[in-house]
Design a protein around this ligand. Structure first.
Ligand SMILES: O=C(CO)[C@H](O)[C@H](O)COP(=O)(O)O
Length: 224
């Protein structure tokens, strides 16, 4: 699995061109991409600026010598490469397994090109087996949790290693919805978008233009 993630991370770095403003995703697969980009910067002397999607990725990129910009100092991103927890045949996906969905979605939204990278286990026919992360403000979060429970969404709190509520980089909580399957992702996304107290959710619809996966039979690219 680790090798497959590494393979696809290295493959995606081939899409990076000199002079680009890059968006760097979060997670174990994206971290291989970041590593390979750093290698190309070092060895091929690429001149790049990057925006990161989490404090973890920022620390990694800085430690590897990649130049970081703040999101507010740029107008667009040429290419963002990120991981994904599940994606379906329409290239709709669930993200946020690493708790970075809000920053990931903001960065994706201003990216001219947006690629997901994954091992083949992330490819599904229907979304929903992976718990859907919902980032919520701390104020009134228990009420939202109850509301999701009443709706039958089987919520659970995202916890950290100390078994306390996980706090995101933007200081929110995450509630994971254990839905089993999502029959209408558009409708659910709309409903969550309309829910007061919800900052963002992990449904990424019509955002990824390509998905690159690695499997036992090599690399495969899906295009939107
Ligand atoms: O959305 C994410 C983080 O918020 C990750 O990209 C997603 O969870 C995939 O992670 P991994 O590559 O470790 O399987």
């Amino acid at each position: 699995m680790k090798n497959l993630k590494k393979q696809v991370g290295i493959e995606a770095a081939k899409y990076v061109k000199d002079g680009m403003i890059l968006g760097l995703g979060t997670g174990s697969t994206a971290s291989f991409f970041v590593e390979e980009v750093a290698r190309r910067v070092r060895e091929e002397k690429l001149s790049l600026t990057a925006v990161t999607t989490s404090s973890v990725t920022q620390a990694q990129a800085e430690s590897l010598g990649i130049t970081i910009s703040s999101l507010d100092s740029i107008d667009f991103i040429d290419l963002t490469v990120d991981g994904v927890d599940e994606f379906d045949p329409d290239l709709a996906g669930i993200k946020g397994g690493g708790g970075a969905l809000l920053m990931e979605k903001i960065v994706a939204n201003i990216s001219k090109d947006y690629i997901w990278i994954a091992d083949e286990s992330k490819q599904v026919d229907q979304l929903g087996h992976f718990p859907l992360p919902v980032e919520v403000v701390q104020f009134g979060a228990e009420l939202l949790f109850k509301k999701f429970k009443q709706k039958g969404y089987q919520p659970s709190w995202r916890l950290n290693f100390e078994e306390e509520k996980f706090i995101t980089d933007q200081k929110h909580f995450i509630i994971d919805l254990h839905l089993g399957k999502i029959d209408n992702a558009q409708r659910l996304a709309f409903e969550l978008d309309q829910t007061i107290g919800v900052v963002e959710h992990g449904l990424f619809i019509n955002m990824a233009k390509h998905v690159i996966i690695s499997g036992e039979n090599g690399i495969k690219v899906f295009e939107k």
